[in-house]
Design a protein around this ligand. Sequence first.
Ligand SMILES: [Zn+2]
Length: 248
Amino acid sequence: MDIKAKAYQKYQLDWMLSHGKSLDDLMDCMQGWWEDDETREWCSPKTAFADFEKAGFDGELWACFDEFLESEYLDIPYMRRLLTAKEFEEYLQDQQEKASIAAFRDEFDFLSNFYPVKIRYNGVTFHNAEAAFQAQKDPARSKEFAILAPAEAKRLGRRVNLRNNWEDIKVVEMIGILQAKFQQNPEFLKKLLDTGDKVLIEGNTWHDNYWGSCHCAKCKNQGQNMLGRSLMQLREAFRKEIEGYAGN
Ligand SMILES: [Zn+2]
């Protein structure tokens, strides 16, 4: 079986466990759903299961396969927990094949937060996404970041007083800043959309395994890649928005 299909099955089981459902519950639900419809004719258990998926457990169900591929399947630490060591190897291979954009440099440097670009965010204009992001750590000092180069902003970001809930909101802030970056700079938005369905990985060598994924011998490219994932999420949202306009 294809690693994607295998991973999806394990995810379905994991979803059941984490939602307190047993195999018995699954059987009961399927049987109830079957008996509710008297016109239903015999079909194979596989077909019945595929049909049951439209109903779920009282309307509650795991993500569909396509949704799964765009979310849980991209979550490397989750996949590492879910899969056996051998399957995980296969999974990484599969990810690597799609991940033709494994670092934000050369023609993909515009995806990096260090890339020079004017971004207006929360009333201040910054000269790169890194400065805009670091500034959110301490909004009272936000203006100080406006003129800073990315490395300077990162340094100052380490010295400010972190707002209380920073850990809870940092991803939302990052997505907001990236959204502003691409909305305000259509030439970059076009380039982002041109990356199609490629997996975007902020590959690095400095052990940043939260925003990116470090490929040194110790980290072995298993980071959470939150920056790459945020960019993919935005790319999808922008694409849907554009398709929506075209459809009207
Ligand atoms: Zn490393």
